[in-house]
Design a protein around this ligand. Structure first.
Ligand code: DX5
Ligand code: ZN
Length: 219
């Protein structure tokens, strides 16, 4: 297993100073920049779109990990590619043709991720395990930062780790929601290698970001 990578979710950043926060978390040790895109339709919250991703892109040299919580997905994929997304992850429930969405993302030269909600079974990724680059396990129901980690997702992470290893493919296993130093330890033990964290990274303000990120990597 590779060393764990930390992807701060800018949903918990200072929205009046997003460019600064992206630069500061990069300097503080972030491995990727996680961007939560919500449409007020697929999830009950509205955040940002490709214009903001494009504006933020020059503020970090790290990969942009774009988590789309929108429906439909396909019409917006080219916009996020153009804006500078490196990984584009989406929820299979967002449309009737998730495999087509994977093909679209891959055809534009970006990494494709499938996101599993807490209520979505691991079987949703099986038909696409030969095509995807990332599996993102939601350990909260998507829509808001600051929610509590849902313990039942640990078994799902362990199952997905076995499926990925059996596939022989280089698929990142990412976990998003309620990640703290304590839950980070649990999900890494279960097989995760990429952690998304909003609250746990941004709490305390810019002077704390480096300490907060280091705490998620564990002792
Ligand atoms: C939830 C988002 C998460 C969220 C994580 O819908 O996908 O990325 O911002 O926030 P915390 O770490 O506060 O649970
Ligand atoms: Zn997310």
């Amino acid at each position: 297993q590779q060393p764990v990578r930390i992807a701060p979710s800018i949903l918990s950043a200072d929205f009046a100073a997003l460019g600064r926060d992206v630069a500061v978390i990069t300097a503080a040790g972030a491995d990727l920049i996680h961007v939560d895109v919500m449409d007020g339709h697929f999830v009950p919250n509205i955040t940002i779109g490709p214009g903001v991703v494009k504006a933020l892109r020059p503020h970090s040299h790290k990969p942009f990990d774009v988590h789309l919580m929108i429906a439909p997905v396909d019409p917006y994929v080219p916009d996020f590619v153009e804006a500078g997304a490196d990984i584009i992850s989406f929820h299979p429930e967002a449309g009737p043709h998730p495999h087509r969405t994977v093909q679209l993302i891959k055809s534009l030269g970006r990494k494709a991720g499938l996101v599993l909600n807490p209520g979505t079974p691991v079987s949703a990724v099986e038909p696409m395990i030969g095509d995807i680059d990332v599996i993102l396990v939601m350990s909260v129901n998507p829509g808001f930062g600051g929610q509590s980690f849902i313990e039942s997702q640990l078994a799902k992470i362990a199952t997905l780790r076995r499926m990925i290893d059996a596939s022989g493919r280089a698929i990142d296993l990412e976990v998003d929601g309620g990640i703290t130093p304590e839950t980070a330890r649990q999900v890494v033990a279960a097989g995760a290698d990429m952690l998304v964290a909003g609250t746990a990274v941004f709490r305390g303000g810019p002077k704390r970001y480096a300490t907060n990120i280091a705490a998620l990597r564990g002792p």
